[in-house]
Structure formats: C-alpha cells, structure tokens
Design a protein around this ligand. Sequence first.
Ligand code: MG
Length: 128
Amino acid sequence: MDLRIGLGFDSHEFEAGKKLILGGVEIEYEYGLKGHSDGDALLHAITDAILAAIGEKDIGEIFKDTDPRWKNAPSSIFLKKALELMKDKGFKIINLDCTIIADKPKIAPDKDEIKEKPSQLIGISKNR
Ligand code: MG
C-alpha cells in the first residue's frame, strides 16, 4: 500500500472590501482575505497538502498569481484540479485534519459548514 501524507499551510492578510471565504463558505466579517483568487486560505492549504502528497508542483506554481484566469476565482477550482491529478495517480483521500489560526472573526458559528463544504468538494463524509 502506497500511503501518502501531505502537509499544507497558508497565510493571508486581511483586506477590506473583500468577502471572507474559508473552506468555500462565506463568513460574515468586515474583512476578507487578500489574494489573487478568492483568498480561501483553507482550500489553498488543503490543495497544497494534496499536491505535496502526490509529488506535484505546489499551488503557486500550478496556479500562478499573475494568471488573469485566477483573478477572484473560487479556490474550489484549485482543489478540483489537485483532486483530478490525485485520482489520475490512483490515490484517494482517507481523511483531512485542518487547523485555522485566527484571532478574528469567531468561526465557531460556521464550523459545521466549514467542515461540510470541503468534504462535499472532496467526496468524503464530514466525519473524515
Ligand atoms: Mg493562498
């Protein structure tokens, strides 16, 4: 059995006038996350973890921040591409564990949805 483990990490500054999206979920807050795409640091970290585990280039190399196609793009596009590459190599995801580090906003009210959405995108149950 070829079992791989990938570690992804991402960090974005806040930016006024942008929607805050985490795990594909819009969260009520006065700032969003700065970035060329929608700034979804959680989906970026998950995407990068998958790419690392399968030995592919990282998210910044595959989806360059100078490419106008990714301007304000939903980060689910990046995750879907990583999942395609993963499936092409015969792998599947068993489980994910993600940690969000932020003083603000409180994400507890949106935690269930933040678990649900990436699970759906990946095609695994929420308890994985
Ligand atoms: Mg990012």
